[in-house]
Design a protein around this ligand. Structure first.
Ligand SMILES: C[S@@+](CC[C@H](N)C(=O)[O-])C[C@H]1O[C@@H](n2cnc3c(N)ncnc32)[C@H](O)[C@@H]1O
Length: 233
């Protein structure tokens, strides 16, 4: 049985397109394959949406998860779902806040693992985010993101509609509707992660996934899952 078939409420609360096989394959690659490192970990879930990956990390054995999500309606969904599935209140917290603001706090809570899932192409503040994520003390950052095809270290800048619940928020409350975002290439990710002292590796989806239904972007390489581990001296 697929992981979220047991917790079907997430099929109703998602603000992204409902694609059960995509959910399942992402769960396998991002969560299930990293069960050993998630066990007992304190996890920060940036752009936690309806709480699905926060929920999955707790089910994988994490000791605590903090979700940060800018859209109040999504935070409300997470806060309803967790008690519904009997998750102890002490195991999680959902903050309704712009991730940039959260990460800019002078005294940042400490975490073992940070999730940047489906978020790193809905911002143009990549380096600022990574520099602050480094301050959480995390030993591992899991990044799941769209990537630009360029071989050089570039961030392709564009605009997206902040009225779409899946997208960037209008962090300046400019009322403009369209906000600037950037799609990083793999080399850009590597360069920025190296700058904050993390080694970078990509999880090979093609090696691990047989059914790419609803996951065509992972197959083509337009999206990828990356593990960044803090370098030790
Ligand atoms: C495509 S969804 C990804 C959801 C989930 N993390 C996943 O990977 O399935 C992007 C999420 O980022 C949130 N978001 C966008 N900009 C944000 C910001 N500056 N701070 C916090 N959340 C943000 C959106 O509201 C949305 O829930």
């Amino acid at each position: 049985m697929r992981f979220f078939d047991q917790y079907r409420r997430f099929y109703e609360t998602t603000g992204t397109l409902l694609k059960p096989n995509r959910f399942q394959q992402r769960w396998r690659i991002i969560i299930d394959e990293n069960k050993a490192v998630l066990r007992g970990a304190r996890v920060l879930d940036i752009a936690s949406h309806d709480g699905r990956w926060s929920f999955a990390v707790l089910k994988a054995g994490a000791s605590y998860v903090e979700g940060v999500e800018a859209r109040p309606e999504l935070v409300a969904r997470a806060r309803h779902t967790f008690p519904y599935y009997g998750i102890a209140q002490s195991a999680y917290s959902f903050l309704c806040q712009d991730a940039l603001q959260y990460l800019a706090a002078s005294r940042l809570p400490q975490f073992d693992i940070v999730l940047l899932l489906g978020f790193f192409y809905h911002t143009l503040k990549h380096l600022e985010i990574l520099e602050n994520v480094e301050r959480t003390g995390a030993r591992l950052i899991i990044i799941d993101t769209g990537v630009a095809a360029d071989e050089e270290p570039v961030i392709r800048v564009g605009l997206e509609d902040a009225n779409d619940i899946r997208n960037a928020v209008d962090h300046r409350s400019s009322g403009a509707g369209m906000v600037p975002v950037g799609l990083p290439s793999r080399e850009a990710l590597r360069l920025m992660l190296d700058w904050i002292g993390f080694d970078f590796g990509e999880i090979d989806w093609r090696d691990r996934v047989a059914d790419f239904t609803e996951c065509e972007d992972y197959y083509s390489g337009a999206r990828g899952t990356f593990l960044a581990a803090r370098r030790t001296l």
